[in-house]
Ligand binder design. Structure first.
Ligand code: GLP
Length: 247
């Protein structure tokens, strides 16, 4: 509800809204809510653009676990987003660096991201910016850690060997240029990462900690993900959604 409300506000207040969206399990409840609101005519994506955070390298285009396939299945096939308004880094381009540059150019041409939805990895990653990623990084190819591949093997029948070792990801600096950030986390397995990201030191070892330096960042958490926070309401910036899965 909170996430879908923020997206709905962005869609209704701006003439050409630009959304940055995440894949993974965390935003699925919000995407279901957005589909429902679209189907009841409450909102429209007709003038929107969507930029995904990241994409695997090397999966065939028709593979169900490319992030393009994922977001189509979970959201964009069910809303009125025009063809061509979904931008995903091209993980099977001949030149991955060129693909990343093209993605950044398209984002700039669209006027930058108004609202960026983020998940968080157990190791504190955002997008596929693994620990150690520089805060000045831009969209680029990156190597995935074993923790991330293990966690994402859930989508590949539980087999880590099927999870690509490389991905393209928006950089930290790219993500931080979004005018508003919403980070979603649920479940106890994210509690330590959330505590480090929200209340720990701002450090490249916990990439998500960079959001503490963003002027409009909110973490939307269920009680389990917020369990290790000392002060969940600090400054009113960190919202704890009660009991239910954030949507
Ligand atoms: C993945 C994605 C991230 C996502 C995160 C959390 O590796 N690259 O963009 O936010 O991990 O995933 P989940 O929501 O499934 O826990």
């Amino acid at each position: 509800m909170l996430v879908a409300d923020a997206v709905a506000r962005t869609l209704s207040e701006l003439a050409t809204p630009v959304l940055g969206l995440a894949t993974g399990r965390s935003p699925l409840a919000a995407y279901r809510d957005l589909i429902r609101r679209r189907q009841s005519g409450e909102l429209s994506f007709a003038h929107a653009r969507i930029f995904l955070l990241d994409e695997y390298v090397g999966l065939p285009p028709d593979h169900p676990q490319t992030y393009r396939s994922f977001i189509r299945r979970e959201l964009t096939d069910h809303i009125d987003l025009p063809d061509g308004s979904l931008h995903v880094p091209a993980g099977n381009a001949d030149s991955l660096n060129d693909a990343c540059d093209e993605f950044e150019l398209a984002m700039r041409a669209a006027g930058g991201v108004d609202l960026q939805v983020l998940g968080i990895g157990r190791n504190g990653h955002i997008g596929f910016n693994e620990p150690g990623s520089g805060f000045t990084s831009r969209t680029r190819p990156t190597t995935l850690t074993d923790v991330t591949r293990q966690d994402n093997s859930h989508f590949f029948g539980g087999d880590i060997r099927s999870v690509p070792r490389q991905a393209l990801t928006q950089g930290i600096a790219t993500i931080m240029e979004a005018r508003c950030l919403i980070l979603i986390a649920t479940g106890t397995r994210k509690a330590a990462a959330i505590s480090a990201a929200v209340e720990g030191q701002v450090t490249t070892e916990v990439p998500a900690s960079v959001i503490q330096t963003h002027p409009h960042a909110t973490a939307i958490l269920d009680q389990d993900a917020a369990a290790e926070l000392k002060n969940p309401g600090r400054g009113g910036r960190w919202i704890r959604a009660r009991r239910t899965t954030p949507s």
